[in-house]
Structures are given as C-alpha cells and as structure tokens.
Design a binder for this molecule. Structure first.
Ligand code: ZN
Ligand code: ZN
Length: 92
C-alpha cells in the first residue's frame, strides 16, 4: 500500500493528489500532474510538460483530462486509512 501511495504524488510539487485542488490530471503526453501545478504551468493555451517538455494545448485548465483511476485509488485509500472518521459518523 505504501508503494501505491508514493505513486499517487504529483511529480512536480510532491504533494499527494486529492479530489479538491490537487486533482490528478493527465496531459496529452501521458504524464500526470496535479490540478494546482497545471494552473501554475498553464500559459496562453498550452502547458509545457515539466517531465518531457512536450507542449500540450488546452483552451482551459479544466479541460485537461482527469485521471479517474488515480481519483478512485485516492478514495479507496481514504476509506481504509480513516477508520476513526468512519467511527465518528457511526450513530452507535
Ligand atoms: Zn503538483
Ligand atoms: Zn510529459
């Protein structure tokens, strides 16, 4: 599980992807970046991939494909990682 968690980090800012500001997004070159880095790197209709330096053109940051597999994994990990959170919501 720890190895999986490591791969769920943005390769640019090293923060773990989440489902809010750091949504995992896949550039057309195939690399994953978090939403926060995407907005930072985005300039005038394109993002230059920090990993392979390829230009990826988008009209808007929100149009970059979200990596739903990673999003699902994050939610899965959250569910197993936070038993206390579940207990708190348990009426018993
Ligand atoms: Zn990032
Ligand atoms: Zn790339």
């Amino acid at each position: 599980m720890d190895r999986i968690k490591k791969s769920l980090k943005c390769p640019v800012c090293y923060f773990t992807f989440d489902i809010n500001t750091r949504i995992p997004r896949v550039l057309t070159c195939g690399h994953n970046l978090c939403g926060s880095c995407c907005s930072k790197i985005y300039t005038e209709g394109s993002i230059t991939c920090p990993i392979c330096k390829k230009d990826n053109c988008y009209d808007n940051v929100s149009l970059i494909t979200q990596n739903y597999i990673v999003i699902e994994m994050i939610q899965e990990i959250k569910a197993t990682d936070e038993p206390m959170f579940k207990l708190k919501n348990n009426p018993f």
